[in-house]
Design a protein around this ligand. Structure first.
Ligand code: ADP
Ligand code: MG
Length: 701
């Protein structure tokens, strides 16, 4: 059919006047025929079954019955009149009841004609009744497109109150199928259709709105979900390919003296296989003439820093500068200290730039960056300031991506004429399914192995009432020479109260662990950063045994001797936060512990979170649970959730379809990157439309 008809404004559809058109636009964003056809039901009422009156159960469920009205009467009541019809089939009788609209019903009802009625039944005075049933003459019912499974469309209060009921939408949909003759252009290639035994586009659209039965509905849903996910994947993978082909990157073809010398003489430990694999993947990218844009996922403690360092050495070997950006000052400082230690015997000039760098030092850093004397700059987002100019930035590494947005990534891109290679490191394990949808334009490497000798952290859940036992345990651990974190929640909205909790907690810990035997550090957001650093420093050096803190220590700090993590009010933390916090311990060879303290009052979600933490140390498993509890939009924050604005597929539930879609998108693009083979012409056509529109459902029909 002529695809242009789908662009017809909705006003032209028979049954849609100017008022309805306005409502459809404002309430449902339905502007055109196409928008309406892609307005999918969110559930279905199963009308495949007809009940007999003697089969009715007293469970008040929705049922559909064929029968006749044999009698109609008005019953006077204290509170008003009601209209009561006696409805019979060959097995028995019941009542239909109306409290409103009597006149209209009296006029339209046909006595002794077969009707199909639908609604909820009640049991009253020894008889079933159905208030305000949906009714249709059996003859109409049989002719109607709206056969078995009845769709229920999303709606709004305003729509219902203005008379655009589900039934009206349904009628409009029927009208649309009449006007378009139910023929829609196919948008998938025949090989995909055959391979996956998908039903045609026309059939899918028909059955999503007017499913004949459960089987056909399932087929329609599968086909449309696949299509939605397929085109998203096609788009993401194509973007990635284009970037690789078009965006020239610096070619790091040398493995030079620094990298080799470091590897031979200063690497403090044997790399894990996972680390080796990842470095190889990165080196492949760097030598491929294309700009690298890679996401490195690795659970807390998996050893991402050393990978970052070695890649930076490669950049320097090839005559470039590199930078490493961390989300907090403490973390930047720690990276700087750690990396400085590792490379101090090498000929590498490395500096730290943060918000608190003194002006004079800052000026000197700027100068050295511009002259090219400075090899590695480590810092916070201070690096992003326009004043910070590099002579030749070849590689930018971002640690803990979830703290930075896409905007920052792009700022780094533009520090040079040729964009630097970008490596984003994250310890927030993003479930693969989600990563595929969100970061389809990034390549992904995973460090899926912890350095050897680590004992998994033992995690337990304790109630506040057991606090004394917990204190005893802390004392024993400190006796063995270990250090302890005690973390309090700090949620922005209740900052004052949280701050008070923290201070009360601190006071009680000071009482339990008196000086001079015990030394306690405290770090929280209201402290000056110099003071924070001082307190951190004391803990890192082992001068204090206990670190009381808010979640500022959440990211990245590394104190291998700390082996106990106590999390207060653990029910108030999200799963990924809990996991990050737990990752602060278990970094040395000693057995480490994580104790989740809560009150007795716990919501179901909190219970699930705590149980998950106790059950597993696997960040990816935790992330999957988190995704299920919170939904995808929440996890990545709003700026990235646009991709997840799916019309019909569900990223969590339709995981398998997503995998299939990705597999096909990859396979097709691998054989035919420009989609120019005749076989793929239909994909290219649809994809071309896709580029023009934002909402993917505007182009796949
Ligand atoms: P993360 O991935 O969380 O950033 P880090 O890079 O901070 O982890 O590494 C955590 C700890 O593990 C550090 O003390 C680091 O020196 C150590 N480490 C990293 N890789 C190895 C390895 N291959 N063998 C032994 N220890 C390692
Ligand atoms: Mg780290």
């Amino acid at each position: 059919m002529n695809p242009e008809i789908l662009q017809t404004p909705i006003d032209y559809l028979k049954g849609v006047g100017p008022n309805r058109a306005d409502l459809l636009r404002s309430e449902l964003s339905i502007h055109t025929y196409q928008d309406l056809i892609n307005f999918f039901p969110n559930r279905y009422i199963d009308k495949t079954h007809y009940y007999k009156i003697n089969q009715l159960q007293r469970n008040s469920s929705e049922v559909q019955i064929i029968g006749k009205i044999i009698h109609l009467k008005t019953v006077e009541q204290n509170r008003g009149k009601r209209l009561v019809a006696t409805f019979v089939d060959e097995t028995g009788q019941m009542e239909l009841v109306w409290f409103r609209g009597h006149k209209w019903i009296r006029e339209s009802i046909k006595i002794n004609e077969p009707y199909v009625i639908f609604g909820r039944t009640n049991w009253f005075n020894g008889l079933f009744n159905m208030p305000h049933p949906e009714m249709e003459l059996l003859t109409d019912h049989e002719r109607s497109l709206r056969t078995a499974m009845q769709p229920v469309y999303p709606s709004t209060e305003k729509l219902t109150s203005r008379g655009i009921t589900n039934r009206v939408i349904n009628k409009l949909m029927q009208q649309l199928f009449v006007e378009t003759q139910s023929k829609f252009s196919e948008t998938l290639s025949s090989s995909i259709l055959n391979d996956l035994k998908l039903i045609s586009k026309s059939s899918a659209l028909f059955n999503i709105h007017f499913p004949k039965n459960q089987q056909l509905l399932a087929k329609a849903q599968y086909r449309l979900k696949f299509e939605e996910l397929f085109y998203i994947q096609l788009q993401l993978i194509t973007k990635n390919l284009i970037r690789k082909n078009k965006i020239k990157g610096f070619n790091f073809d040398q493995v030079g003296p620094l990298f080799n010398e470091f590897y031979k003489s200063y690497l403090p430990f044997e790399l894990t296989n996972a680390q080796k694999k990842v470095i190889k993947e990165i080196r492949n990218d760097l030598g491929s003439n294309a700009q690298m844009n890679r996401l490195l996922q690795g659970d807390v403690g998996s050893g991402k820093t050393i990978v970052a360092l070695m890649v930076m050495l490669l950049a320097i070997d090839n005559g470039f500068q590199a930078c490493l950006m961390a989300p907090t000052e403490i973390l930047a400082q720690q990276h700087y200290n750690g990396i400085y230690e590792l490379v101090k015997k090498l000929d590498v000039n490395i500096q730290l730039l943060t918000g608190s760098t003194k002006t004079s030092e800052r000026k000197e850093i700027h100068r050295q960056l511009e002259s090219g004397e400075l090899d590695i700059l480590i810092g916070t987002h201070a690096i992003l300031e326009d004043k910070v100019q590099f002579k030749n930035l070849g590689l930018a590494i971002i640690d803990e991506q979830h703290r930075f947005g896409v905007a920052q990534r792009s700022k780094l891109w533009h520090k040079n004429e040729t964009p630097p290679h970008i490596l984003v490191m994250t310890a927030t394990p993003i479930p693969r399914t989600l990563a595929m949808s969100l970061y389809g334009d990034l390549d992904i490497s995973v460090i899926n192995e912890l350095p050897p000798g680590r004992k998994p952290v033992k995690t337990v859940h304790r109630y506040d009432s057991n606090r004394l036992k917990v204190f005893r345990f802390i004392r024993d651990e400190i006796e063995k020479g270990r250090q302890v974190y005690i973390v309090y929640p700090l949620i922005q909205e209740s900052e004052k109260m949280d701050y008070k909790d923290l201070m009360d907690g601190y006071a009680s810990i000071e009482r339990e662990f008196p000086k001079p035997k015990y030394q306690i550090s405290i770090v929280h957001g209201q402290m000056k950063s110099a003071d924070k650093d001082y307190e951190m420093e004391r803990f890192v050096k082992g001068e204090t045994q206990i670190m009381v803190a808010t979640t500022v220590i959440e990211v990245g700090v590394n104190v291998p001797n700390a082996s106990v993590m106590i999390i207060e009010s653990a029910e108030r933390f999200g799963l990924s936060q809990l996991h990050q916090l737990r990752g602060r311990v278990g970094r040395g060879a000693d057995q480490s512990y994580c104790i989740l303290m809560t009150s007795h009052k716990l919501s179901n979600d909190s219970k699930t979170r705590l149980e998950t933490m106790v059950r597993t140390n696997d960040g990816f498993e935790i992330a999957e649970v988190d995704l299920k509890l919170r939904g995808p939009g929440d996890i990545m924050g709003t700026q990235q959730s646009g991709v997840l604005n799916l019309r019909i597929a569900d990223i969590v539930k339709d995981n398998e379809i997503l995998k299939t879609a990705r597999y096909y998108a990859m396979k097709i693009l691998k054989d035919d990157p420009s989609l120019s083979q005749p076989e793929n012409r239909v994909l290219r056509h649809t994809y071309g439309l896709l580029a023009k529109h934002k909402n993917i459902w505007n182009y796949i029909s």
